[in-house]
Structures are given as structure tokens and as C-alpha cells.
Design a protein around this ligand. Structure first.
Ligand code: ZN
Length: 115
């Protein structure tokens, strides 16, 4: 994560981290930039072919980011998704009255790509 782009603009080339990304990785996740560095990790929840890790910015330890990694055919772990906790519903997926959160599309993470 130390090579994660600090100020990514859509369309910029991805040289440092491209090899670590899976084919399914959405480049919109790259706008998730840290104020400090993404270097505080939870224990990984590992299933056979994928793993989930909470990643924290050293300057924003109260806001988790969810990294999902998937093992490719050669057995290498590739980053498939990296999303910040939704700032509208705070990860719940719905607002306090139970209405679905349209910012994150009920997932609690990132921004819905097609609201
Ligand atoms: Zn939400």
C-alpha cells in the first residue's frame, strides 16, 4: 500500500501498483487517497480464493477502508476492490429510519458507481 497514489486523477497511468491489481479492479477506487498513509491493517479474513482486510489511514484511524484481494490462477494475491466506509450511512447501508443508502447502494462502502 506504500505505493498507493496520493492524488490520482482518472486517466493517469498506473505504473507502481498496476501489477498488484486484479482485472476486476475499478479505477474509481483509486480516488480513495490517504491524508497520512494507508499503513494500519486489521487481521485478514481469508477464504479459499479471496481475503478481506480493513485498512486505516495513519491520519484517520476512525475511518476504515475495505480491501478485498483475490488469488489469481498463479496463486498471487491481487487487489480487487479498495473502498472507504460510506460517509452518508457510516457503513450501515441504510439511514437511521431504515431507508436504503443511495450513496453507497446499500453496501456501506464506497460510492455507488451508477446512482
Ligand atoms: Zn451508505
Amino acid at each position: 500500500m506504500e505505493d498507493w497514489p496520493r492524488d490520482y486523477r482518472m486517466g493517469d497511468p498506473l505504473t507502481e501498483i498496476e501489477e498488484s491489481l486484479s482485472d476486476q479492479f475499478e479505477k474509481t477506487d483509486l480516488v480513495n487517497s490517504p491524508r497520512g498513509t494507508f499503513s494500519v491493517f486489521s487481521e485478514a479474513l481469508v477464504h479459499s480464493s479471496y481475503a478481506k482486510v480493513l485498512v486505516f489511514d495513519t491520519e484517520e484511524l476512525e475511518w476504515p477502508n475495505l480491501a478485498i484481494l483475490r488469488k489469481d490462477l498463479e496463486g498471487a494475491w491481487k487487489l480487487e476492490s479498495f473502498k472507504f466506509q460510506c460517509t452518508s450511512c457510516f457503513g450501515y447501508g441504510s439511514n437511521p429510519t431504515g431507508e436504503p443508502c443511495v450513496s453507497c447502494d446499500l453496501t456501506g462502502w464506497g460510492i455507488c458507481p451508477d446512482p
